[in-house]
Design a protein around this ligand. Sequence first.
Ligand code: SF4
Length: 533
Amino acid sequence: MPKVLLTSAYKPFDTFADGSNMMDLYAGRLAKNQDIFTLECDYPAMPLYLIAQNISAPSVVLENPTWDDFTRELSRGYDYVGIHFAASLFFDRILRMCRYIKQHSPQTKIVLGSYGVVCLTQNFQEEQELRSLVDHVCYGEGVRFMRELLGDPVDAPIRQHFPPYYVRALGVVKYPFNNLVSALGCNAGCEFCATSAFFKYKKVRLVSPAELWEAMKAYLKERDYAFLWIFDEDFFADEAYAREFGRLVRSDPEVNPERVLWGGFASVRALSRFSAEELVKMGVGALWIGIESKYSALPKRMGKDIQQVFDELHNAGITTIGSFIVGWDFHTPDNISEDVDHVVRLNPTYSQISSLMPCPGTRLWKRLEEEGRLRTQGFRWKNFNLYSAMHEHAHMTDEQVFFWVDETMRRLFYTNGPSILRTYEVYLNGYRSLKDNPDPFVQGRVRRLRKWCHIYRSGLLAIKVFAPSDAVRKKVDRMKKEHAELFGPVGPAIWCKSVILLLVAACLKLRRKFPPRPRQPRFRRFEYNGAGA
Ligand code: SF4
């Protein structure tokens, strides 16, 4: 039986000015630039675990190894090394790893997979050398690819059970979440979209609704997760699949509905076929919606008015992640501010604000190439991220694009407050609107919202003292009043926790006066026996 090593790129990863690293999902993206209220979370290297659980060969997974962790493991002797090329920005690291493998373990076959492999289609760095070092490149779904390579049945059912991850707030509060994969790719075919282009604009379904629910149930029995995230680029686009999954969730007598809260990606077009109450009855608690731009004519934005969608979700206690892109061809220095204000009015609970970056393989890349607007000469893949530029924008300079990326985050923070305050706001709204709903499943959600409102209430004092603006301070006062109206005066336990969190926040604020400490994701090593465990 061949021995397989599956690894991510080695750390330390590059960090931003505030010390957060590129692979921190919250500090680097969804709750970025929120002062001491910036959340932190390691980004899961799920494909490694998914492959390890679904091949017959015994394997070892290394997630975020240091260089020494990686070389030590390699010295144990492997027939295959599969490297998770999560993003093109890891190019230099992956190249170094491949050179080392070929030098020290020449019989080992190297397999590269995941979205970063698209840079191998180009020729402006050392792509040719990297291509010559690797034995196999997976452009597409990795489990099937590895099964084929190892001679396993390619259509065997998919097992999935990942180790838990944690979102951390104020350095001391942490809550667990986990992930599931339902499908990869998307057939909406938006011009800029790298993940759909990677799967040739097709949706690759991995599990049925029943299999997805069984995998979710296993998590729900394991611990009280803050949320479970389902990977499917537009979960509700396949209406029959989504409704069947929702039916299974709400009708299973083995599961306490209070524990069920899952999230996923959704387009406005697909969501327009569901009411917010229906979504709650399916167990939905968080949705990532591509805002992109108010001026955009993308078909996925058709249907209900986007403001109505966000408002209805928030009123039903469903948090949102809104992604917004700066630097479209229609963006000008004159109209961008209005677009940013539109995002602020939507009040996404979390947000991903980025510059428009063309990815190889997308129609956007091809068009810009044809128009002579790509700037590949001298460009290094390590600089390819959500906040960089590698093409001529139609009406804005790079500096203007970067300014408006930061300005959007700043306006969201100064107007709507930190994401933890926005989450609390949504939970209060949800509790108020659902508390008298007679549905037993919804009552499970109501109990959960009540519990989380009490947890978040303890953070209000710290948020008020260190609020970025008067608008946020007033919002805190308003929410305190609403909390009192819904739940009565707060008790001594909440007061004690409030004071502790205030002291913690004060320490963090003081710490910010010194140079930031670069933060790196933790290293994890798991062994799999080739039978899914
Ligand atoms: S709907 Fe979303 S996932 Fe699908 S192609 Fe458009 S941007 Fe990509």
